[in-house]
Design a protein around this ligand. Structure first.
Ligand code: ATP
Ligand code: MG
Length: 218
């Protein structure tokens, strides 16, 4: 008898891009989260269920045992801290980058060279604090929860730190990417106790995911 397994996913691109990996492990999710309000989804494997949580809550669920495994972006893991999580795999999905962006008329390079204090708005305060500390740049961090692009346009901030993939959101708001901080992709995270107690089932999933992502990632 296989142990019951709970996998935490966030709706949207992480859910969508995890589906093919689950399929490779012989797991079909029974319902489309965009069409249902259910937060717990059954799968074609009776011992495996999916719980839908906010992207930033995935590490908490997995760390505290609300889920055995989860999929979370490197951005979220760095912000949250991931000391208590086993991270066996970079799944190579939901790829993007964390960057600094400003209005086109803000001279970021000059501001950095002159040692000016730069006002930076972001949801990612830990990553931003670390990045500017490493560069020796003085910043005033302004914590936001969304629509970071608006901050430089309204005069709230000189710069933002945010995720970029195609750059079209920045372009639409007349912002330019002035510095890349790090490449981001999503990782499999595993609860440490679950790994010991449900070793066989979890190992089976990790192996199937590993095989599937070497096939799909360039
Ligand atoms: P919420 O929408 O609940 O506020 P969120 O905005 O963090 O949460 P998503 O936008 O679905 O959630 O992003 C989830 C994860 O997908 C992020 O943590 C990041 O790793 C990745 N991601 C975010 N934006 C992009 C993007 N433009 N391209 C590729 N991956 C991205
Ligand atoms: Mg979002």
């Amino acid at each position: 008898m296989n142990s019951p397994i709970t996998l935490a996913l966030s709706k949207g691109r992480i859910f969508d891009e995890t589906l093919p990996l689950l399929a490779a492990a012989g797991i079909e999710v029974a319902e489309d989260p965009e069409k249902s309000r259910k937060l717990i989804l059954a799968t074609s494997r009776p011992e495996v269920r999916v719980v839908l949580v906010r992207a930033s809550d995935v590490p908490t669920y997995v760390e505290q045992g609300g889920a055995d495994l989860g999929v979370a972006g490197l951005d979220i893991l760095l912000e949250h801290g991931s000391a208590g999580l086993y991270q066996p795999l970079d799944l190579g999905i939901a790829r993007c980058r964390m960057s600094v962006a400003t209005r086109a008329d803000f001279d970021y390079v000059a501001a950095v060279q002159q040692g000016s204090r730069i006002r930076v708005a972001t949801k990612y305060t830990q990553i931003a604090r670390q990045h500017f500390a490493d560069k020796g740049v003085h910043v005033d961090l302004i914590k936001l929860y969304g629509s970071m692009e608006l901050a430089p346009l309204t005069g709230l901030a000189d710069a933002i730190v945010d995720l970029v993939s195609t750059g079209s959101t920045l372009r639409a708001n007349h912002l330019v990417e002035v510095e890349r901080i790090l490449d981001v992709s999503s990782r499999l995270v595993v609860n440490q106790a679950a790994l010991k107690l449900k070793r066989e089932t979890i190992r089976g999933l990790i192996d199937a995911f590993a095989q599937a992502c070497t096939k799909t990632t360039p």
